[in-house]
Design a protein around this ligand. Structure first.
Ligand code: B12
Ligand code: SF4
Length: 524
């Protein structure tokens, strides 16, 4: 049977990173079937096109995965596919919580023939076999012999054949540049960001988050060896292509067990499996100097930190009191000393927020080493404690907000400001942080650093700007490049000047992960 795994586009990014679930399920598909992957972000399709594709390619089963914000789109695509007579199975965090909605059991239309609840690693082969026999069940839930929910252990972990997979959709270097860049320094003919997980689960249970409910509060880890081997496979592929690979460790809290993270990073270094990497780590776990040293030495470039708020009362409200705003600055300095920068994520519309919260937050942000501040609104995702609290209090203004998804729009009324005021704060946060002046300041703040680092932060800011200000068209990019021409010219001038000075890069190349110079940076 030919199986299509499909992820709908998110309307924000193009091909920046593939979704891990597709590659995992592809790897776990029993032999004898062919699996085709389409990520709507990299290969945009509308309802008619996907139905045509399914017919033309003789697809016998379609699997669709979606987060809440993409689920309405996923349902539309599923409807169109089902109209061709091909069954659709849906999975992922949203339909796990809203299976009745997907199956049309709550009075609405039906969108899926079957729903896979929770982690599908162990039940996917069964789903495929049932589909072959035309005997799909409506619900697949991973349970043990006693009927209790079962979380798949990550040991052993399937070997995703990264060396053989077609990843052409996910090359961030334009094809035209390949011949020019493949011999540039260590080779930059291709650049891909690849998701790798080293563990699942989070014990923290923040009120707005689905992770603790979905993956559980105890953490399952892969072995160090399995992670290291995956990195080596990716690194080898990049070398053969004359390109680079960066890894996004998608664990929700990559350092949740600091001892284990250190041992993994040591093994990565010992096996020379370093690649550029980015991960999510909460601020409280970044107090450990040795951990941060190892992070730098193993290739870490960016850390995503869910700071959420600079107001301890807000953090307490959402069960994230372990975040201590007083230590944010020290954590970011500790990272910056090692040339690691942070994506600092904030949520507006929390219950203790009042008008002016964006400026109060930015006052703090401006005093920190430059990074990538991002802003969102408190969103009641299905089945989270936050959703339940707001529903019980009658505060949800759009209880099924995902069916009529509008980006950056609140679905409940905050306590101390109006919905409109929350939207204004959000807009202020983004506009102030991503204006040409803010970008120039971020670059200038790193004046004592290598031009590569400054270029890195500038490019990252340009890309992150697109999360809020749509940048999907070439014309939007052109406009932004023009607006930021002074900073670009400054960086280019300096880059060319340095490049022409022979030997100047040796030993201080911020992009070169193979020979980290962490000790000199750390002591700087
Ligand atoms: C990586 C990631 C991202 C990436 C996504 C890009 C990418 N290419 O992966 C980035 C950083 C861009 C991102 C952004 C956001 N994310 Co995110 N992200 C994650 C993260 C950390 C890992 C996803 C992952 O790969 N997990 C590992 C795989 C193995 O798990 P999985 O995807 O759930 O798949 C398993 C099952 O769900 C199931 N399954 C999944 N799909 C399918 C399909 C079929 C057919 C079947 C049978 C089974 C199945 O089987 C898989 C194997 O067990 C998750 C948290 C988490 N730990 O999952 C959050 C998560 C998915 N994100 C979340 C959110 C809310 C967001 C944002 C909206 C945050 C924000 N406020 O801006 C944005 C939206 C961005 C956008 N525009 O789309 C929520 C989603 C909750 C929900 N109900 O939708 C999660 C769960 C985190 C959370 N805090 O609750 N995210
Ligand atoms: S927000 Fe982060 S720390 Fe909190 S429960 Fe979710 S994954 Fe864990």
């Amino acid at each position: 049977m030919r199986i299509l795994l499909y992820n709908p586009d998110n309307g924000v990014t193009r091909n920046f990173m593939p979704h891990l679930w597709m590659f995992l399920l592809q790897t776990l598909t029993p032999p004898g079937h062919e699996v085709v992957l389409i990520d709507g972000n990299a290969q945009p399709m509308d309802e008619t096109q996907i139905a045509q594709f399914v017919r033309d390619q003789n697809i016998g089963l379609v699997g669709i995965g979606a987060m809440t914000r993409m689920v309405a789109r996923a349902y539309r695509m599923a409807d169109s596919i089902r109209a061709t007579g091909v069954p659709v199975v849906m999975g992922g965090p949203h339909v796990t919580e809203e299976a009745d909605e997907a199956l049309g059991r709550n009075g609405g239309p039906r969108h899926a023939d079957a729903v896979a609840l929770g982690e599908a690693d162990e039940i996917w082969p069964q789903i495929v076999e049932d589909a072959v026999r035309g005997e799909l069940k409506e619900i697949y839930a991973p349970v043990d012999g006693g009927g209790k929910e079962r979380k798949p252990p990550l040991n052993p972990y399937p070997v995703i054949p990264w060396d053989k997979l077609d990843l052409s959709q996910f090359n961030l270097i334009p094809k035209l540049m390949h011949p020019l860049l493949k011999n540039f320094r260590e080779g930059w003919g291709t650049f891909r960001i690849v998701p790798v997980e080293s563990g699942r689960g989070c014990p923290y249970g923040c009120e707005f988050c689905t992770v603790t409910g979905f993956f559980g509060d105890s953490i399952r880890f892969r072995t160090n060896e399995s992670v290291v081997n995956e990195l080596l496979l990716l690194k080898d592929r990049a070398r053969k292509e004359g390109g680079q690979i960066a890894v996004f460790f998608i664990d929700d809290n990559f350092a949740i067990n600091v001892k284990r993270t250190k041992s993994l990073l040591r093994d990565i270094i010992a096996a020379k499996a370093q690649v550029f990497w980015v991960a999510q780590i909460s601020a409280n776990l970044l107090r450990d100097e040795e951990l941060v040293d190892l992070m730098a030495a193993s290739g870490c470039k960016w850390i995503f930190i869910g700071m959420e708020s600079v107001d301890p009362a807000n953090l307490k409200d959402v069960n994230k009191g372990f975040n201590k705003p007083d230590e944010y600055a020290a954590v970011l300095e500790r990272l910056a000393k090692r040339n690691i920068y942070a994506i600092t994520s904030f949520i507006f519309g929390m219950d203790n927020d009042t008008p002016g919260v964006a400026e109060r937050t930015l006052q703090q942000v401006r005093s920190w080493p430059p990074g990538l501040p991002i802003f969102g609104l408190l969103t009641p995702l299905p089945a989270t404690p936050l959703y339940q609290r707001l529903e019980a209090a009658g505060r949800l203004t759009r209880p099924r907000h995902w069916l009529d998804f509008v980006p950056f729009t609140m679905a409940h009324t905050p306590m101390k400001m109006t919905i409109e005021e929350a939207h204004t704060e959000l807009n202020y946060g983004w506009a102030q942080s991503y204006s040409p002046e803010a970008l120039a300041q971020a670059v200038a703040a790193l004046d004592d650093q290598h031009v590569g680092d400054r270029f890195n932060i500038f490019l990252a800011r340009l890309c992150f700007r697109g999360i809020y200000f749509p940048m999907l068209r070439k014309s939007s990019w052109l406009r932004v490049v023009l607006e930021n021409r002074r900073t670009i010219l400054r960086l280019l001038k300096e880059g060319v000047f340095r490049w022409m000075r022979p030997g100047n890069f040796a030993g201080q190349d911020s992009f070169h992960v193979g020979t980290p110079n962490v000790s000199s940076k750390a002591n700087a």
